[in-house]
Design a protein around this ligand. Structure first.
Ligand SMILES: NC(=O)c1ccc[n+]([C@@H]2O[C@H](COP(=O)([O-])OP(=O)(O)OC[C@H]3O[C@@H](n4cnc5c(N)ncnc54)[C@H](O)[C@@H]3O)[C@@H](O)[C@H]2O)c1
Length: 318
């Protein structure tokens, strides 16, 4: 099959692209190297392994550029739309950029895709749509009308756009709510990658809150498996949670990373940040039933794998 992956140079996009290429599929990665969160060189390095495959093509372009989308989408079977400005905290500083790329950009991808004859779309949403929900675990049937950051609002908007698009046009449109993804190539500003870097450099980890906030960390290979399961099971309009099935407290995460890296972490406790949610906890009942999704990597194993990658790429030691 021929895949058009927006955000294909990013953390999840490059991991998905590699998995598809290894199975003989064609992949066009479409990415603008947007630099709000991290630099172009890191994203170029994400593409290194993909470039070894002859079925791989890269296009540097923006999802806000309708001409470029019109030029490059034709000839593909499915669009996996991962391009976005991610990150909760920076979205508080620049909401317009988040709505521009994540909402208008998504609308562009859907409408140009339709004009080019694409009938299957898989889109990245986020656990952040659950906002300050206190009922756990978070289920796809829970209300999601109260996002607490522009990023979360942009992802909820993406879901509403996608549902409207599918009701008007038919076809198969699946939104996947990813829960805090980590692993090799993880974005440098995210917890785990950031904590490893801080610990290695002998600096102090800013810990927001008392360490009892929790996240359902999801290893990237499990996310790729989930995305591929959604690709293989088109069913009209669907929303699925994809998470790690195990909530880890922030203080326990830091101590696991310390233990794996072999250096005791220095920690400075700071107040919780606006826009942060206290806990994310994924209900996988629907994804298990309909996608046969079952994450297999626990946080300890995942941190060990990521540490091996970190040493190889950032320290040149392995
Ligand atoms: N990583 C996570 O934990 C997580 C959790 C929930 C949802 N998501 C979503 O999954 C998707 C992938 O996330 P990621 O962690 O791989 O992030 P990432 O930043 O590594 O990847 C996103 C890619 O999109 C590209 N991009 C941004 N704006 C663009 C534009 N206007 N045109 C073309 N390309 C553009 C970026 O250059 C980047 O390479 C995003 O939609 C994100 O919101 C990620």
């Amino acid at each position: 099959m021929k895949f058009f992956i927006t955000g294909g140079a990013g953390f999840i996009g490059s991991s998905l692209g590699l998995s598809l290429l290894k199975d003989g599929h064609h992949v066009l990665a479409y990415d603008s190297f947007e630099s709000t969160l991290y630099d172009r060189a890191t994203k170029e390095r994400n593409l290194d392994e993909l470039k070894a495959f002859e079925n791989f093509q890269f296009v540097e372009a923006d999802i806000r550029d309708l001409d470029a989308l019109n030029k490059h989408i034709p000839g593909h079977d499915i669009i996996v739309h991962l391009a976005a400005v991610a990150g909760v905290r920076p979205s508080l500083e620049n909401p317009s950029l988040y709505y521009d790329i994540n909402v208008t950009g998504t609308s562009n991808v859907l409408s140009v895709g339709k004009a080019c004859g694409i009938t299957q779309f898989v889109l990245a949403s986020s656990s952040s749509v659950y906002g300050g929900n206190t009922k756990v675990p978070f289920s796809e049937n829970d209300p999601v009308d109260h996002p607490v950051s522009p990023y979360a609002a942009s992802k909820r908007s993406l879901e509403l756009l996608a549902g409207t698009f599918q009701r008007l046009n038919g076809g198969d449109v699946t939104c996947l709510r990813f829960f805090t993804v980590y692993g090799p190539r993880q974005r440098p500003e995210m917890a785990i990658h950031k904590f490893m870097r801080i610990i290695v450099n002998g600096e102090t980890i800013p810990m927001f809150g008392d360490g009892t906030s929790g996240r359902d960390y999801t290893y990237v290979d499990d996310i790729v498996t989930g995305v591929r399961a959604a690709i293989d099971r088109p069913q009209g309009f669907k929303i699925y949670n994809l998470g790690g099935d195990d909530v880890v407290l922030l203080k326990d995460l830091i101590s696991t990373i310390s233990d794996v890296v072999g250096i005791e972490a220095k920690i400075e406790q700071l107040p919780m940040q606006p826009g942060d949610v206290f806990v994310t906890n994924c209900d996988l009942t629907i994804a298990r039933k309909e996608l046969e999704f079952q994450p297999t990597t626990n946080v300890r194993e995942g941190v060990e794998k990521m540490w091996a990658w970190y040493q190889r790429v950032h320290m040149g030691t392995k």
